[in-house]
Design a protein around this ligand. Structure first.
Ligand code: SF4
Length: 418
């Protein structure tokens, strides 16, 4: 048995670097980390089927790559989605998309675009996880507890005493949401909940902005919260837009951005929008470097075109005749249906019903091979190392082979005068 201490976790975007992993001949298993995602997703068997499958029948990797190239080359409306892979995998996917005129989107881009839509309209003032931990004396959590998607947020970034606050005191106020039991246990007396009665999130945020403008009714509980925001030395407003329920979640984000702007200046106040699982932030950064646009970019016109509505993967699935779905981090399929063929790049543990046209097993970054992922606050690229060699290729490796096969086919056609 070998013990690997301080392993970086690539899954939700918080970048916890303290996971302990036991390894023996049967595979790897994490020591209890306090995170249900890490405890589940780091558990991998040493022996897994490494064959690709075509229509459910095992085929060699050479045949699978040739079939993927054939399907993609003949596609009239290809889609590359899921996109849950490390930065190298995303860059390869973008190269392939450019080559075949595909649309590119990440499975979890909904949360990202709820925030980007507002950033685009107004700009915003945001901060980092390190600033949250080291400088904030007031944390305002808006909406559902982000720990539902980012399990160790409070333990890693709020429980430690702020390094640069003179007295180290910090309050955490929930508005429009309740702390999960684990959060309540961790933060204990630091937590308060402001509950001005049942109202949707957008109305609550509007009420707080009214109080900040000094126009709240007498006795409105928002008045006290507004005064605390003004009095804080460094308030951080935290939200996970992917967890917002109800219509027009971007209107909630817009209200928060305006609220932060009102408070910031007389004292410090910044937002911390969280939307980072499965390297969606890294995928968005890579898209920006390569195309000048965020995700939801299509190459069907020969040049990159960005449209957050038209190139949403859920919408494109309806007319895609071939979908290359990439899910390297977790062996779980989102529910989707398409009339086109599906090429799946995923861990071998993934169970799929119905079986896709083509399944190519790939390794997980940070487990089967090294890879870079971005932290949820967008400012840090994290390098996750390799833990176990199960003979699984990376997404970048498989797509590189598909690209080589496409180029070879093109050369043969040119030589033959086709
Ligand atoms: S909180 Fe996120 S980064 Fe940390 S261990 Fe859990 S899944 Fe991994």
């Amino acid at each position: 048995m070998t013990f690997h201490p301080d392993i970086l976790c690539p899954f939700c975007g918080l970048g916890c670097g303290d996971i302990g992993i036991d390894q023996d001949d049967s595979g790897i298993a994490p020591r209890p980390s306090g995170c249900p995602q890490a405890d589940r997703l780091f558990r991998r068997s040493a022996t897994v089927p490494t064959d690709a499958r075509m229509g459910g029948t095992a085929v060699s990797m050479d045949d699978a790559v040739a079939e993927a190239a054939r399907l993609l080359a003949n596609s009239h409306a290809p889609l590359i989605a899921g996109l849950a892979t490390d930065v190298d995998g995303v860059l390869s996917a973008l190269t392939l998309a450019e080559r075949i005129g595909a649309t590119v989107d990440h499975e979890r881009s909904d949360a990202l675009f709820r925030n980007l839509a507002v950033l685009r309209r107004f700009g915003w003032s945001t901060t980092t996880l390190a600033e949250l931990r080291n400088r904030s004396d007031l944390v305002l959590v808006v909406g559902p507890d982000p720990a539902a998607a980012f399990p160790r947020l409070w333990e890693r970034w709020v429980v430690p005493e702020p390094a640069f606050m003179p007295d180290g005191a910090r309050s955490v106020v929930f508005l429009g949401g309740e702390p999960m039991p684990e959060t309540a246990q961790l933060l204990g007396g630091q937590i308060e909940t402001v509950d001005p009665g049942a109202a949707d999130l957008a109305t609550l945020v509007a009420g707080l902005r009214t109080a900040l403008a000094g126009r709240a009714a007498t006795g409105d509980p928002m008045t006290g919260l507004a005064a605390r925001l003004r009095a804080a030395r460094y308030a951080v407003v935290v939200w996970a837009a992917g967890l917002f329920q109800g219509p027009q979640p971007d209107m909630v984000v817009e209200g928060l951005v305006r609220l932060i702007r009102t408070v910031d200046g007389t004292t410090r106040c910044a937002g911390l929008p969280l939307s980072g699982a499965d390297n969606v932030i890294g995928a968005n950064q890579a898209s920006g470097w390569r195309t000048g646009f965020p995700l939801r970019t299509g190459f069907d016109g020969g040049v990159p075109t960005h449209d957050p509505e038209r190139f949403d993967w859920r919408r494109r699935l309806q007319d895609a005749d071939v979908t290359l779905w990439i899910s390297a981090f977790r062996p779980e399929m989102p529910e989707f249906s398409t009339n086109g063929a599906v090429i799946m790049l995923a861990p071998p543990e993934m169970a799929m019903t119905p079986e896709p046209a083509l399944f190519i097993p790939v390794g997980t970054p940070g487990i089967d091979h090294a890879g870079d992922v971005f932290r949820a606050d967008s400012v840090v690229a994290l390098h996750a190392g390799m833990l176990i060699d199960r003979g699984l290729p990376s997404v970048a490796g498989v797509i590189g082979r598909i690209l080589a096969a496409l180029n070879q086919t093109a050369t043969v056609k040119e030589t033959a005068g086709c």
